[in-house]
Design a protein. Structure first.
Length: 189
């Protein structure tokens, strides 16, 4: 019994023991693509879309090399929220949100521009709206808006990408800190 107490104290003091992470069976990967002609970014966690983009079914798109873990669509993993997706044919662009009220707002306020595609392309965790904090075993995922007439957003869990895109004039969107707001939270990997 004493050994367990000592081991527990060491684990807590030095983070030596692993915590229960989000099971890999609940996760999939969102892959990022870029279209140089449009100067647009796109992410998808759907295998068919990834294949279509990789094989040129949708011309002009190439992988950026960036991707991040998400919770699979249809999962019932506790604490997750469905991520909705919209498409604008006039902008040739997609928009994603893990916040149900934001999905509803886009449906009603911007129906002439954004066509509702899906209520759940994958799942993510909601960020604390005040602090911008993510739950345990998750990481911040950022949404950056290009602020152009051909509206496009880039989504990334990489702070270096966030810094690079804000340096290019992209506007960060989300919750928490005004300087580094978080759109939603995804598995740490």
């Amino acid at each position: 019994m004493r050994f367990r107490n000592v081991l527990g104290a060491l684990c807590a003091a030095f983070s030596l023991c692993a915590t229960a992470a989000i099971p890999a069976t609940e996760q999939t990967t969102a892959v990022e693509f870029y279209n140089a002609t449009l100067d647009h970014y796109f992410i998808t966690a759907e295998a068919k879309e990834v294949s279509d983009l990789d094989t040129g079914v949708h011309a002009g798109w190439a992988r950026t090399g960036y991707k991040f873990a998400v919770i699979k669509a249809g999962s019932t993993y506790a604490g997750t929220s469905p991520v909705c997706r919209f498409y604008s044919p006039t902008l040739d662009s997609h928009f994603y949100s893990a916040k149900p009220s934001e999905c509803d707002d886009v449906k009603t306020k911007f129906a002439q521009t954004w066509q509702f595609e899906s209520s759940e392309v994958y799942r993510a965790f909601l960020v604390d709206p005040t602090t911008g904090a993510c739950p345990a075993d998750t990481t911040a995922t950022y949404r950056l808006y290009n602020k152009r007439a051909d509206a496009n957003h880039r989504y990334s869990d990489q702070l270096a990408v966030f810094v690079y895109m804000t340096g290019k004039g992209y506007q960060p969107e989300g919750y928490g800190s005004p300087t580094t707001p978080v759109a939603f939270c995804t598995p740490s990997g």
